[in-house]
Design a binder for this molecule. Structure first.
Ligand code: NAD
Length: 307
């Protein structure tokens, strides 16, 4: 497929690299000049369990330099940059382009639907991890999956085509009509671990140092998934709490991206995670005291960086 990926940081570069290795026509689009220059010079250095290699069979450019109209435009910026990123590549969104988001958080369909009809939006969730090691170099490890559906829930051939393309690249994609449950469960997982780590400065495993960490995380999962359940989404709070407990037991030294962003003085994805859940709860006249308190604390920590 002819695929452009706007937001070619950790995840965008990893997906682009694996898709390029599988003979797709890939253009990465990003505003990080150091990253763009490094890939121009030496290709993308991708380090995964399959090895450490330089992938040269892909293009990379800044948004204003992109000219190839893709069949598929993948949005892989942080959620707070989606609007700016799509505004920057508006000239690539022809009448036949489909857009895909595997970003974390809620509100991604709405953000993309400002640029195309919702019937051309594919939404999903991925458990693949990736880190930007430095300009031009991305690292991933282990195995993940992708779950994908059309945003309007209609079984369209494009979903099958994209799923098969991702799976051929080793990204293990299934088209799955229950994606909304997986999206909410990941939002609950991130609302718990990311926001508690962001305000406490703890790594994920350090949340197990005293019982308060586990208790707070469980409260957030219960609150977030109670909203999903009121919306009629068939989520599994017990499984989500088990996953959170597993992360606290196993993710030694891991700093969630929200903690990394606070430490670096960058804005975080809090509005798409705790913020969007609290907004949905207010519309349903529900109260989420722990999730809302963490939202306020992360907003304060963010504001301090810009004061
Ligand atoms: P990242 O910060 O590494 O990459 C985002 C990229 O977007 C950056 O390279 C940045 O320069 C670029 N960008 C910002 N504004 C832009 C603009 N206007 N035009 C073009 N490019 C722009 O982030 P990431 O870790 O790759 O995460 C991307 C999304 O995927 C997030 O929603 C994240 O929550 C989600 N996610 C991340 C992981 C992970 O392990 N990293 C796993 C699953 C989901």
């Amino acid at each position: 497929m002819r695929i452009s990926i706007v937001g070619a940081g950790a995840m965008g570069s990893m997906f682009g690299g694996l898709l390029a290795e599988c003979d797709n026509d890939i253009t990465l689009i990003d505003v990080n000049d150091a990253h763009v220059s490094a890939i121009h010079a030496d290709g993308l250095r991708l380090t995964t369990d399959s090895g450490d290699r330089h992938i040269k069979a892909l293009k990379i450019c800044r948004p204003e330099e992109a000219t190839d109209i893709p069949e598929l435009l993948v949005v892989f910026t942080k959620t707070l940059h989606t609007h700016a990123a799509l505004s920057g590549v508006k000239h690539l969104i022809g009448p036949d382009v489909h857009l895909v988001s595997l970003q974390n958080g809620l509100g991604n369909v709405e953000a993309i639907s400002e640029f195309v009809d919702t019937e051309r939006v594919l939404i999903g969730v991925t458990t693949w991890p990736a880190d930007l090691v430095g300009p031009g170099h991305v690292h991933s490890h282990g195995k993940g999956v992708v779950r994908l559906m059309a945003a309007d829930g209609i079984a369209r051939p494009i979903v099958t085509l994209v799923s098969e393309t991702l799976s051929r690249a080793g990204l293990e994609c299934t088209s799955d009509a229950t994606v909304w449950a997986a999206i909410w469960e990941k939002v609950a997982f991130n609302a718990a671990l990311n926001s508690i780590c962001a305000v406490s400065g703890c790594t994920v495993d350090q949340l197990g140092l005293v019982s308060d960490g586990r208790r707070l995380a469980d409260e957030v999962v219960s609150e977030v998934l109670s909203v999903a359940q009121r919306l009629g989404i068939n989520v599994n709070p017990d499984m989500c709490k088990t996953n959170v407990a597993g992360a606290i037991a196993q993710h030694k030294g891991h700093k969630p991206s929200m903690l990394q962003d606070i430490v670096a003085g960058r804005r975080t994805e809090i509005e798409a995670i705790n913020g969007a859940v609290v907004a949905a709860a207010r519309r349903l006249e529900m109260k989420l005291p722990t999730t809302e308190t963490l939202l306020s604390l992360v907003r304060l920590a963010e504001a301090r960086a810009f004061a």
